[in-house]
Design a protein around this ligand. Structure first.
Ligand code: BTN
Length: 235
């Protein structure tokens, strides 16, 4: 795969999308982003020292299964961090990678589909490696903070790309992917609050189904299936 490297871009998502529309299947990586995009229209701080990249994927899956790509990316990041640094990275539904319950990596997938066909998916991954994190963001942490020293970005990036490519073969076996995700998850069994647009649900996270949806056991509404939302671990 071709790798496009930039010192600075608005967002690797936008650059990758343009390339994808021209038919390319590439990786776009940047040292910093001026308009880093997070989930749900949020801003993603992209200070120097972090890893910010987007991958163009053309999986042969149904659009309804596209969010499996989020799970895949989370699994790949958690496994790679565990292998390389021997730290207990876990996954918070739907797609945050945590260390000590603090966010070390965010994942964003954008799909372009026509009828029942996925044209491409842009998978964006941002990892807090050596970047400074504002004291105001209490819920985030960098690998440098955890390990007490600078981390080689290359040493992390290349194995991560390999892991993502390896796991792609499982997109057609959702069960395998979801089972791996479950084993790495710190959400299951927890009491969580999920924010879905302007609705809030609370309950015990009891399962993830084969589409990657969260199954919640609520006290007043019984079992609830949640496809997308923001999740907070309560206890
Ligand atoms: C989130 O947790 O809200 C998702 C954050 C995704 C950030 C990455 S950094 C590389 C790519 N380019 C972007 O603008 N966003 C994603």
């Amino acid at each position: 795969k071709k790798v496009y490297y930039f010192e600075e871009v608005s967002s690797t998502m936008d650059v990758a999308r343009k390339l994808a529309q021209k038919g390319e299947e590439a990786i776009v990586i940047a040292e910093t982003q001026t308009k880093g995009k997070g989930r749900r229209g949020r801003y993603w701080h992209s200070g120097r020292g972090g890893i910010y990249f987007s991958l163009i994927l053309k999986p042969t899956i149904n659009p309804s299964q596209a969010h499996l790509v989020n799970l895949l990316a989370g699994v790949a990041v958690a496994i790679t961090i565990r292998k390389l640094f021997n730290i207990n990275a876990t996954l918070k539904w739907p797609n945050d990678v945590l260390i000590n319950e603090k966010k070390v990596c965010g994942i964003l997938a954008e799909m372009e589909a026509e009828a029942d066909i996925v044209r491409f998916i842009i998978l964006g991954i941002g990892i807090n490696v050596n970047n400074n994190i504002s004291d105001r963001i209490k819920s985030a942490i960098s690998l440098r903070e955890i390990l007490g020293k600078e981390v080689s970005k290359k040493k992390l990036f290349l194995p991560l790309i390999k892991e993502i490519e390896k796991l792609q073969s499982f997109l057609n076996q959702p069960k395998v992917l979801v089972n791996r995700w479950k084993r790495l998850s710190s959400t299951l069994g927890r009491h969580v609050r999920v924010i879905i647009q302007n609705k809030i649900l609370e309950g015990e996270a009891i399962d993830i189904d084969n589409d990657g949806a969260l199954i919640l056991k609520t006290s007043d509404e019984g079992l609830k299936r949640v496809v997308a939302g923001d999740c907070i671990h309560l206890r």
